[in-house]
Design a protein around this ligand. Structure first.
Ligand code: DLL
Length: 436
């Protein structure tokens, strides 16, 4: 029989029991952090809280938040909660702005992280029969290392491809009959396109599932990838600060990601006031890691905009679900006073039958914000008349206006002119920042 869970007891634990486990772990973790990280102790003292005030999950809201700015500020060792001699690994964020964040792991931390990734692989239908192709970057990025470890734990044959070198990805995928592909959704779409360019039909490969994450992607993008590769595409979420991928993962319902609550307690807060919002409301996702030894974070503000929902899931898992994050508070564009997430534009593009190869350019001309969207044509559309293309551009602009309330300038550009992503896609160029 197919194995449905990697750790059944935890994944299907009744919530009352889970809450008890979380509470015990939280109390222990707060004490650990208080005793070992002077910076945390000072944040708690500022808020007038001591470990004696924390008796369980219901007291979580008493603790101070911690943010990316704190992590950068304390780089590299300021938040380390154990002797460096106990650590066996570091991983780091891509660090496009400011200082990088470096996260430390003990052997136990690595083990628990890999277990979370193993849960994700089994939830996507993985077992020791599978060949898992890992197209996430290896190195400081957590994508490669996390899924690699998870794949080993499940006992799959692991292909440590890393990202890039698409020709070789395709060769190994076909020759070694990969059954599960792990990479970013934008790279999965690119691989799908490259397979087609090689003359392969979706049914020619042996893939059955993909485990895609590390960047926001829409339901429409999921359908596009599923059709291109002939697979079921599962979402996976995580961040370097809390370990890496596997903080939450999707099951066969493909309707939100189960959070590994035994390791991470999620909360949703109002990003402006910090107030905890009730279940089902949209806000900023906050995590408290209750099992990490080396780099524990209490109430870490992820800046991801999300919704939590606890309900019955047909897969039998009782772990709370998080919706697909729609982006980060700092990815949200404010264009002519309107809040715009790139994912909203992606939804319209794909619904209107366009390719997922696009670029959003925001600028300010004569004190007015401008929004230009370059969208790659399909090779079939490329042979259309200028009149037909211009009509298609106007139709798309009208559909985006309907979604956002502002009218963009849409430019259909020639096939293969927008750079493909092998990792996290860069969809937005905000030229206003250059003027500021
Ligand atoms: O992206 C870890 C990861 C690797 C997750 C592989 C999934 C798969 P960071 O580079 O630290 O870590 O970036 C974390 O990426 O705060 C989100 O904004 C975004 N993100 C990650 N997964 C998803 C997802 C990895 N499934 C940041 N959907 C997070 C939307 C995601 N955004």
């Amino acid at each position: 029989m197919e194995q449905r869970y990697y750790q059944k007891e935890i994944e299907t634990m009744p919530y009352a029991q889970m809450k008890k486990l979380q509470s015990e772990r939280l109390v222990r973790q707060v004490r650990h952090v208080w005793d070992n990280v002077p910076y945390y102790r000072s944040l708690m003292e500022k808020k007038g809280v001591t470990p004696d005030d924390i008796h369980g999950v219901e007291d979580l809201h008493l603790l101070p938040f911690i943010s990316k700015a704190d992590l950068r500020d304390q780089y590299p060792y300021g938040l380390l909660a154990t002797d460096l001699k106990n650590c066996v690994r570091i991983q780091s964020t891509s660090g496009t702005t400011g200082r990088r964040v470096v996260a430390f792991y003990t052997l136990k931390d690595v083990d628990l992280w890999e277990e979370c990734c193993a849960r994700a692989i089994v939830a996507a239908g993985g077992s020791r029969e599978d060949v898992v192709q890992i197209g996430y970057g290896y190195g400081l990025f957590t994508g490669g290392a996390g899924l690699h470890g998870g794949s080993h734990k499940v006992g799959c044959l692991t292909l440590p491809m890393s990202s890039g070198n698409t020709e070789r990805q395709i060769q190994f995928m076909m020759d070694l009959r990969a059954t599960i592909l792990c990479c970013t959704p934008s790279y999965a779409a690119y691989i799908g396109e490259a397979l087609k360019d090689h003359g392969y039909k979706p049914s020619d490969n042996h893939l059955k599932a993909g485990i895609f994450g590390a960047e926001p992607w829409t339901e429409e993008m999921r359908h596009d990838i599923e059709a291109k590769l002939g697979i079921k595409a599962y979402d996976i979420y995580g961040l370097t600060e809390t370990s890496g991928p596997g903080v939450a993962f999707e099951c066969e319902e493909q309707n939100g990601m189960h959070v590994c609550e035994d390791n991470f307690i999620p909360e949703i807060i109002d990003p402006d006031t910090g107030e905890v919002l009730p279940e089902g409301e949209k806000g900023e996702l906050v995590f408290t890691s209750i099992t990490k030894e080396a780099f524990p974070l209490l109430r870490y503000r992820t800046r991801d905009i999300c919704v939590l929902h606890r309900g019955k899931c047909s897969c039998g898992r009782t772990l709370i679900k998080m919706a697909k994050p729609m982006g980060r508070t700092d990815d949200m564009l404010i264009i002519r006073g309107v809040n715009v997430f790139p994912s909203q534009i992606e939804t319209v593009l794909l619904k209107e039958g366009h390719t997922p190869n696009y670029q959003i350019i925001v600028d300010r001309v004569n004190n007015t914000d401008t929004l230009d969207i370059n969208v790659e044509m399909t090779p079939e559309a490329f042979s259309d008349t200028v009149k037909a293309l211009s009509a298609a551009e106007q139709k798309l602009a009208a559909a985006i206006r309907l979604m956002l309330g502002i009218t963009p300038k849409v430019h259909l550009v020639a096939p293969k002119t927008i750079t493909r992503s092998e990792g996290k896609a860069v969809r937005v160029i905000d030229r206003r920042k250059l003027h500021d």
